[in-house]
Write a protein that binds this ligand. Structure first.
Ligand SMILES: Cc1ncc(COP(=O)(O)O)c(C=O)c1O
Length: 463
């Protein structure tokens, strides 16, 4: 993104201007696996990576390339590599740093699939990982080992939607020559741009808020400007490699070397390439990012405020609540909100199933950033492979629910949520929370007046 372009503009325009004879106004969907060459010399140079060209869609495709440029622009990065999923983006970004069985320091508040990758698959290959409380700077420092090659954290955590203060963590990492990888999936570049706060690499599950419709999986590694020039510490980038005919990637691609390592080695060798059709769907979602994200941020605040008062709820996890310890930090670093999710802690785990089963509009599903509002129970769904100890470390209780707010009118969402909470509460033998105000005993649904009163209370609290 040029300095002047806001997310709403870059989301629509970056990476594509109509050109050629036909000038399609929208990005063309190029579903070709391979690309033809004019002659033998052109083919040989392209495969030797001496000429920028599309060769085979596993390592580059015109439609995917538009998405890559758009995401790089939105994040203020130098380049981006798109992948088949967010999971593969996280894996490739880290593999390009690891170059063997090294050590990573990572936040204890990570998406469950990332924890699986680190503690199981990477562990099988000898990678060691230290988990730390993301807000505890001394813990990050104490966990560093001589072969630590990366820090990994999420800008907004899942499922509690906590935020991080990135600058001090990045300053510590950089003082020790360690790059910082930030998963910016939940915030999206509409709300937060980690590279501006000290990150070196940004990863995304584009499946989520960026794509916005839950119709296609995709991921991206967005590259910043870390100094990888030490050939002892970063031989995979700064030392000569047989694979690149005795050149180092740094020699050939300068600041683009890390991105080329991700693309030309890991995307090429492991193969998690994004398809052109999925890229086109995700591009369409990115075009509406700013409009959607603004609406969702307002709905999240409204719902978080309104649900806090329900007797079946012990705590709402969202930084927009003035009682939240990160309220001030979020107001400073995340003025456009923190994305689509917030956590709701029920008074008892036993209320989880009746509440989930009583919902009619909100749907039980393990995705986030969809156009539809979705509910997940992390302890039995997204984070079900975590041990009790890992769940505790991640701050996930068995009574915690995650809501991913979609594009519906928040008043309809609130009506559905409060009705299901009431049903679970009454089913558990507690007095009906509306009985005091209802004219005749138990009312199975909140009336429209109830809903508007809750919304008005929420708005008044915010004002
Ligand atoms: C923060 C975060 N990172 C990465 C991923 C993995 O992305 P994907 O499902 O696109 O593979 C997810 C998925 O939920 C996520 O929430």
């Amino acid at each position: 993104m040029t300095a002047q372009q806001q997310p709403a503009t870059a989301g629509v325009h970056a990476g594509y201007r109509p050109a050629g004879e036909q000038r399609p106004l929208t990005p063309p969907v190029v579903t070709s696996a391979a690309f033809a060459f004019a002659n033998h010399a052109e083919a040989a140079e392209s495969f030797a990576l001496k000429r920028a060209a599309f060769t085979y869609s596993r390592t580059g495709n015109p439609t995917v390339s538009i998405l890559e440029q758009r995401l790089a622009a939105l994040e203020g990065g130098t380049a981006a590599v798109a992948t088949a999923s967010g999971q593969s983006a996280v894996a490739l970004a880290l593999l390009a740093l690891l170059q063997g069985p090294r050590h990573l320091v990572v936040s204890a508040r990570l998406y469950g699939g990332t924890v699986d990758l680190l503690t199981d698959t990477f562990a099988d290959f000898g990678v060691r990982v230290s988990f730390v409380e993301p807000g505890d700077l001394a813990a990050w420092e104490a966990a560093i080992e001589p072969d630590t090659v990366g820090f990994l954290l999420e800008s907004v955590t899942n499922p509690q939607a906590e935020v991080i203060e990135l600058e001090p963590i990045a300053a510590l990492a950089h003082a020790r020559g360690i790059p910082v990888v930030v998963d910016n999936t939940l915030a999206t570049p509409y709300a937060y741009r980690p590279l501006e706060h000290g990150a070196d690499v940004v990863v995304h599950s584009v499946t989520k808020g960026l794509g916005g419709h839950g119709t296609a999986l995709g991921g991206a590694v967005v590259v910043g400007s870390f100094d990888f020039s030490d050939p002892v510490r970063w031989p995979q980038i700064a030392a000569p490699r047989e694979r690149y005919r005795g050149d180092s990637l740094l020699q050939r691609y300068g600041a683009g070397a890390y991105g080329m390592l991700v693309r030309s080695k890991f995307l090429h060798d492991l193969g998690p390439a994004l398809g052109a059709e999925a890229a086109a769907q995700l591009l369409r979602g990115v075009e509406t990012l700013a409009v959607r994200a603004g609406h969702v941020a307002r709905s999240v605040e409204e719902l978080a405020a309104a649900l806090e008062g329900h007797p079946a709820v012990t705590r709402v996890h969202h930084v927009s609540r003035p009682s939240h310890p990160q309220h001030g930090l979020a107001a400073r670093d995340f003025p456009r909100g923190t994305g689509c999710i917030f956590g709701v802690e029920l008074v008892d785990e036993a209320l989880v199933a009746p509440f989930a089963d009583a919902l009619e509009l909100v749907t039980l599903a393990a995705n986030i950033g969809d156009a539809r509002t979705l509910l997940a129970h992390p302890a039995t769904m997204t984070h079900c492979r975590l041990s009790e100890e890992q769940l505790r470390a991640a701050g996930i209780s068995r009574a915690l629910l995650r809501l991913s707010v979609g594009l519906e009118d928040p008043r309809d969402l609130l009506a559905d949520l409060t009705r299901a909470l009431d049903a679970a509460w009454v089913g558990a033998g507690e007095p009906n929370p509306r009985a005091a105000t209802a004219a005749s005993g138990i009312s199975p649904r909140p009336t429209p007046a109830d809903v508007y009163a809750l919304a008005a209370t929420a708005a008044a609290r915010r004002a």
